[in-house]
Design a protein around this ligand. Structure first.
Ligand code: ATR
Length: 282
């Protein structure tokens, strides 16, 4: 793509940033829609985040995505932070306003729920949800499910105190469950979401027997390398609906793209295939 002098520029800030799939993803949409714009990786080391963010308006950049380890620091550095991002405790999308202020958003909860809705028949009223994990991704999942109207959430985590802290921080019907009781926690559940790193390439598999999970429940793994984790393969084999994590990565990118480049975008099979080619080469 040859840029004009009026090209809109955005990007992703992370450390490291080389593994980020976002340039490929946004590049696909830019090319598909023939937009005069660019989306670039920016390696920003810890200690230089504030400086990097403050440079965005001065350089005329439209905004950035923010990935590890900068999501919490960006929340502190933004001039305005959206209420959802505050509840999640992290910012993953920054929009530079016309007056030069930085507005911070978190689109992970949006990405999680949009993916779930696009790829399953799950409805919030189907019954209780079980979230495995209590880190940043679990927090986004909790906020997403509460806002979608889920009536009861069981948060299961290896470190029980973190689950209890997350349940306390959410003003909603959330309860902490000990890791040893994870299989009992599946009884009567309509949705299970794995937000732990277990099952990811290079990590141990998630050790979870699904015997007590109703067959009509949906099993969602936010891991996307591999696309079909052992959890999803086991769930699919016994007849549960399954949702992989790739769509969450794709959908969470939509609001930023739309804000920076002014064009609405969709997640379709073509985009999934395009990202999958990259993941299979990794
Ligand atoms: P993120 O912010 O990406 O969610 P995180 O804060 O590191 O990442 O959280 C990772 C999650 O995976 C945590 O819930 C962690 O459990 P702890 O809170 O007990 O650390 C969970 N996790 C990681 N390795 C695990 C393991 N071997 N067994 C069980 N849970 C594990």
């Amino acid at each position: 793509m040859i840029l004009s002098g009026k090209a809109r520029v955005a990007g992703v800030i992370g450390w490291p940033v080389a593994h980020s799939r976002s340039p490929r993803l946004h590049g696909y949409w830019l090319e598909r829609h023939g937009i005069d714009g660019a989306y670039i990786p920016m390696a920003v080391p810890p200690g230089r985040l504030e400086q990097a963010l403050r440079a965005l308006p001065a350089l005329g950049l439209r905004g950035v995505n923010v990935t590890l380890p900068h999501k919490e620091g960006t929340l502190a550095a933004c001039d305005n932070v959206d209420s959802l991002a505050r509840r999640i405790g992290a910012v993953n999308t920054v929009v530079v306003c016309d007056n030069g202020e930085l507005s911070g958003f978190n689109t992970d909860a949006f990405g999680l729920i949009e993916n779930l809705r696009q790829r399953s028949a799950w409805r919030a009223t189907d019954g209780p949800a079980v979230i495995l994990g209590a880190g940043g991704a679990a927090r986004a999942a909790c906020v997403a499910l509460l806002d979608a109207g889920v009536g009861s959430i069981r948060i299961v985590n290896r470190t029980r105190q973190r689950a209890a802290d997350l349940a306390d921080a959410m003003s909603g019907p959330c309860a902490a469950v000990a890791w040893a009781e994870r299989e009992e926690a599946l009884e009567g559940a309509a949705l299970v979401v794995n937000t732990t790193s277990l099952g990811m390439a290079g990590q141990p598999p998630l050790d979870l027997r699904l015997d007590s999970l109703p067959l009509k429940a949906t099993v969602y793994d936010i891991v996307y390398v591999p696309l079909e984790t052992r959890l999803l393969a086991g769930a699919r084999a016994r007849g549960n609906a399954v949702v992989d994590g790739l769509g969450m990565l794709l959908h969470q990118a939509r609001p930023g793209f739309e804000a920076w480049f002014g064009t609405p975008v969709e997640v379709d099979e073509g985009l999934r295939d395009f990202l999958l080619q990259d993941l299979s080469n990794a």
